[in-house]
Write a protein that binds this ligand. Structure first.
Ligand code: HXC
Length: 258
């Protein structure tokens, strides 16, 4: 992998999009490397939380690679859009929580990548936008779908139709990010949150993620059934016995098995 760095330590993996000269723009090579890194993290069962960030001080991801995209025909554009969407869907459905640590520009495909993650922490220099209509295209890696689900149709339409960027404080105000931290504290904040997630029962966390994601796509009654299934399935795990016995015995859980 030339364009993506992968670090795994203890129960936390960090994927860094590493193409800083192009502000970490998503070329096909970057998408392929990202896919490879995701497969490696997925196969490493001891990883309970994943952080995605961008290399350098300036940019998380400045979008899909415009130079590579510009000469595509309709079929090639559809193939490219499907490929990116397949990877972002993989992130959304990833077996453990994914935190976007947004260290600068999150534009176009970069904003869409952040939206595919479960939790977004922004540095105070972060800038968000869906500038695609200014390039003569629509968002193509899930922006017309996830952004509206996250922040509501009004703010999403404003961002997408105007193509105007917003700063971190506005992103926080509309619910696009969970928190904003000083730039030099970003990775520490993301790692602290990842560690907090990783110390909990991993199957319970994974079941909760699935229940939230699946429930958001259905009505409340079907959603409650999804929750009952997720909740009751935990009672077949060692972690449920460990967690509840520790509580009644007034002990602390050292570590969950799974
Ligand atoms: C290719 C990019 C790029 C991109 C930046 N670069 N963004 N290359 N694709 N999306 C490259 C520049 O060409 C330049 O390369 C280098 O990174 C530094 O960028 P500058 O423009 O010189 O930096 P700066 O003046 O600081 O401006 C930063 C910026 C600007 C505001 C982020 O780069 C910008 O507007 N980038 C494009 C943002 C965008 O429109 N994103 C959406 C793309 S469409 P050189 O070689 O000149 O140094 C999209 C669709 C997704 O994402 C769905 C597809 C299916």
């Amino acid at each position: 992998m030339d364009t993506v760095l992968l670090e795994m330590k203890e129960h936390i993996a960090t994927i860094t999009i590493n193409r800083p000269k192009a502000l970490n723009a998503l070329s096909t090579e970057v998408l392929e490397d990202l896919n490879t890194a995701l497969a490696q993290v997925c196969a490493t069962k001891s990883i309970y939380a994943l952080i995605i960030t961008g290399a350098g001080d300036k940019s998380f991801v400045a979008g899909a690679d415009i130079a590579e995209m510009k000469d595509k025909n309709v079929d090639e554009a559809a193939t490219y859009g499907r490929f990116g969407n397949q990877i972002f869907r993989r992130i959304e459905n990833f077996r453990c929580p994914v935190i976007a640590a947004i260290n600068g520009f999150a534009l176009g495909g970069g904003c869409e990548l952040a939206c595919a993650c479960d939790i977004r922490i922004a540095a105070d220099n972060a800038v968000f936008g869906q500038p695609e209509v200014g390039l003569g295209i629509t968002p193509g890696f899930g922006g017309t779908q996830r952004l509206a689900r996250l922040v509501g149709a009004g703010p999403a339409k404003e961002m997408i139709f105007t193509g105007r960027n917003i700063k971190a404080d506005k992103a926080l105000a509309i619910g696009l990010v969970n928190s904003v931290v000083p730039h030099d504290e970003l990775m520490a904040a993301a790692e602290k949150m990842a560690a907090n997630i990783a110390k909990n029962a991993p199957i319970a966390v994974a079941n909760a993620k699935t229940a939230i994601n699946e429930g958001l796509q259905t009505n409340i009654d079907a959603g409650i059934n999804i929750e009952v299934k997720a909740f009751s399935a935990c009672f077949a795990t060692e972690d449920q016995r460990t967690g509840m016995n520790a509580f009644v015995n007034k002990e602390k859980v050292d570590a969950f098995a799974n």
